[in-house]
Design a protein around this ligand. Structure first.
Ligand code: FUB
Length: 468
């Protein structure tokens, strides 16, 4: 029979305060799990592999005041780029382009919508839509002067900029959501949306069209579609896109044997958001032999769906090259280091009853979430924790358990997996860091399960494994 390791827990002494502050400093840039970026709103992600890193070129939602942009609408004045070498720790390279720097853009329109960034011959090309100067003037007729949205390009020597925008938008391109695909022969294609999907060859300078735009055929006429993103795998060209087939955008895809189609509808990659985020916007990338799907959701802004956050999950193909449908997860991608602050509220699975997660501070969603257990036997599972050869001997956990009795059980694998240690919650009346000894050796990568074996209500902010 398995030995039960029960330790009376104690709040950490002030001598540990310095260590705690040190951990805070070390881990505040550790942004694994979903959402990937945890200190600002981000949307419309295009993920690209550049060198040995993955970069995200994203939109940047902000909260506008009444003098900025259109009330209760998207408010987007600039772009940031992010990168990671392990899918867990994301670096914000800062602002790379703003509406105030683009000569042709209306710098009061806050309409820097979904962008794309791509490398060609050692240069970096950043494509972005914005409303053009004069779009709101009386006499502007979209039928004659074209859409109020144009698409421009800015160029840099490094993926994180500085990017220098071209003087004028790309000629013959009216619309939003640019996407560039470069085929094996080096030919680049530009795609965008304006009621329909359009595509054209880009000239080798990547700044102008080489062929006239064509309307890409075989896409639904009913329901808004936008956000085209094309990639190639095994000779099949995949066009992925958000489409409002029913109420809000779901992500669909079609395939072709030519970058400009004709495309054949294949299916749905991600269903509509169950929580009414009206938009979604995707990209697909292969990084270190695994395919990933990047998208967005209003995770930090449940009451306003124009403040979104970038998410990512693994993507898989079947043997015929069809994409398997993805259910959005909170756990997301990448390994989580056992000695980081593991947020179980970004779980892989949970019990049907007795477990939920809530914002730590409703007034500041970027503080993140906490796990809440209120039923004996309730549990939460968190996959892919990397212990390396660390062999931790202590578990730390920040918990609060007002008037609760019983234990939190920490197990590896599944619900009845190997018991690592337990924490007695009966003395955790207020938020405090508690610790418990670990006697058995743990190394390698494990899934983790936390089970509440008690009564009352227990809240968990984070847990962490330490060697001390
Ligand atoms: O982010 C603004 C717009 O919302 C994008 O351009 C669309 O694709 C949708 O995500």
């Amino acid at each position: 029979m398995m030995k039960r390791h029960t330790y009376k827990t104690k709040p950490l002494l002030t001598s540990h305060l310095i260590l705690s502050l040190l951990f805070l400093f070390i881990f505040q840039t550790s942004f694994g799990q979903n959402p990937l970026i945890r200190d600002q709103f981000t949307a419309d992600p295009t993920a690209r592999v550049i060198g040995d890193k993955i970069f995200i070129f994203a939109s940047h939602d902000i909260k506008c005041d009444s003098t900025q942009g259109r009330p209760n609408w998207f408010c987007m004045e600039d772009y940031h780029v992010f990168s990671s070498s392990n899918l867990t720790d994301w670096e914000d390279h800062g602002m790379i382009l703003s509406q105030y720097q683009v000569p042709w853009a209306d710098s009061e329109s806050f309409s820097m919508w979904a962008p794309d960034g791509i490398e060609k011959d050692g240069k970096y090309y950043f494509y972005f839509p914005s409303k053009a100067k004069g779009h709101h003037l009386e006499g502007h007729n979209p039928e004659i002067n074209g859409s109020s949205f144009k698409i421009g390009v800015a160029i840099a020597d490094s993926p994180d900029g500085p990017y220098v925008p071209e003087e004028h938008p790309i000629a013959k391109v009216d619309g939003i959501d640019p996407n560039v695909f470069i085929d094996h022969d080096g030919q680049a294609y530009l795609y965008w949306s304006q009621h329909h999907f359009y595509g054209a060859k880009l000239s080798s300078n990547m700044k102008e069209l080489e062929s006239d735009p064509i309307v890409l055929s075989q896409f639904p006429d009913e329901g808004l579609k936008e956000g085209p993103f094309v990639f190639e795998r095994n000779g099949i060209y995949y066009m992925t896109y958000p489409h409002v087939a029913n109420n809000t955008e779901r992500i669909e895809y079609a395939t072709a044997d030519n970058p400009l189609g004709p495309f054949t509808f294949q299916g749905v990659i991600m269903d509509e958001s169950p929580t009414d985020c009206w938009t979604n916007h995707q990209s697909v990338v292969n990084f270190q032999n695994q395919w990933y799907f990047f998208y967005h959701h209003n995770e930090y802004s449940p009451d306003f769906d124009k403040n979104r956050s970038v998410m990512a999950d693994s993507l898989f193909f079947d043997e015929n090259g069809l994409i398997k449908k993805i259910t959005p997860s909170l756990r997301g991608i990448g390994l989580t280091a056992a000695n980081s602050r593991i947020k179980l509220d970004r779980y892989s699975a949970k019990s049907d009853e007795g477990y939920d997660f809530e914002f730590i501070d409703e007034t500041n969603p970027f503080m993140g979430w906490k796990s809440v257990f209120d039923k004996k036997g309730s549990w939460v599972k968190y996959n892919q924790v990397d212990f390396g050869d660390g062999k931790p001997n202590k578990l730390q956990a920040k918990i609060k358990a007002k008037d609760a009795k019983g234990h939190l059980e920490f197990r590896l694998g599944s619900g009845n997996g190997r018991l690592v240690t337990t924490i007695d919650v009966s003395e955790a009346q207020e938020w405090a860091e508690h610790e418990a000894m670990i006697e058995s050796e743990i190394s390698g990568i494990h899934d983790l399960v936390l089970v509440f074996n008690g009564t009352g209500n227990v809240e968990v902010d984070w847990i962490s494994f330490k060697k001390m």
